[in-house]
Design a protein around this ligand. Sequence first.
Ligand SMILES: [Zn+2]
Length: 395
Amino acid sequence: MIKMPLNDIISKIKEKAGLSEEDINSKIDAKMKQLSGLISKEGAAHIIANELGVKLFEQVSGKLEIKNILAGMRSVETVGKATAVYDIREFSTDKGSGKVGSFMLGDETGSIRVVCWGGMTDSMKDMKEGDVVKIQGGYVKENQNRKEVHLNDKSRVILNPPGESVGKVKKVTSVRKKISELRENDSNAEILGTIVQVFEPRFFEICPKCNKRARPDGEKFACSEHGEVIPNYGCVINCNIDDGTENIRAVFFRQQAERLLGKTSEEMLKYKDDPAAFEAVKNDLLGTIVKLVGKVNKNDMFERMDFIANLVFLNPDPGEEIKNLEGESSKSSGETAEQATSGAAAQDKPAEEQQAEEKPAESPAKTPEQTEPQPPQQREEPSPQQETTTQTAPK
Ligand SMILES: [Zn+2]
């Protein structure tokens, strides 16, 4: 099934039925109530659209603008500029070995990650940033709440096709908000606040081949795809951030946790075996001003909102921050995710935020990879809900 993000459904209804967002949301809520909560918010929105005679997607054929690419689509054709080209990785599994690579493709309407499997990785060998790239025969999957176009041996990649050009690639900009202004499902929100509480890091087992969560299997660990593995470890750190209007729990996964602490993943592992060593770090962090770009997830277990940090800036430049405050409120800082990661992977805004509602047990607090390409299989991170809320080191 083609999956359209809730916010997109709402804006389509808004545009075509001329209703206010408020009206639409109350219709959705009423529908959910009517169906005794047996439907997701997204599903209810689909029904409302149907009842109002709003067609959510047009027939898919020919070249699509990137913003119109939806999870579940097949035979997707699009043209964009390569904005980042990642390494090709070889992997081996019980079933054999393979290759995977990915690049970011952007056009005037947005950006999307393109994942090449097997022989398709050959088409990436000569690809440079800035090349115009046409892809055909892609299928769209959702990974970490983002859409990805996957290409297999039946797909096609054409570098710099004659007659095709792409204008200025739309940059992702974040919107500065006060913490009190944050709403569920906000994505690419930017907050500036002080770290007022730091929780112990938690570690979770990941498959060394695909970085997917490895689950305990007897005394060993197993990846659902690669079977028994000797796991690597990922890390998550939670902090409370206060900006004077409100405070919120911010969740830092893996690279973001490393950025927050200024440590490498190897250095982070030290705290796994020696939690007491984290005390000094914790004290350093308390009172630190941070700028975070991320999204807001509802944490059902604790009935609160969590801020999932996708980008972390420690001690941001005060001059620039004052300028931001003086500018029109809730305007972007002008800093794009792309600039912020110094040319590393520019991640487009998370497209679908709805998984959280559908699968609360596996709250998708996931982080995009800004700095290293990873294989594109669905990765799972532990939910921030599982965290212990104690502030003291165990033992
Ligand atoms: Zn695996």
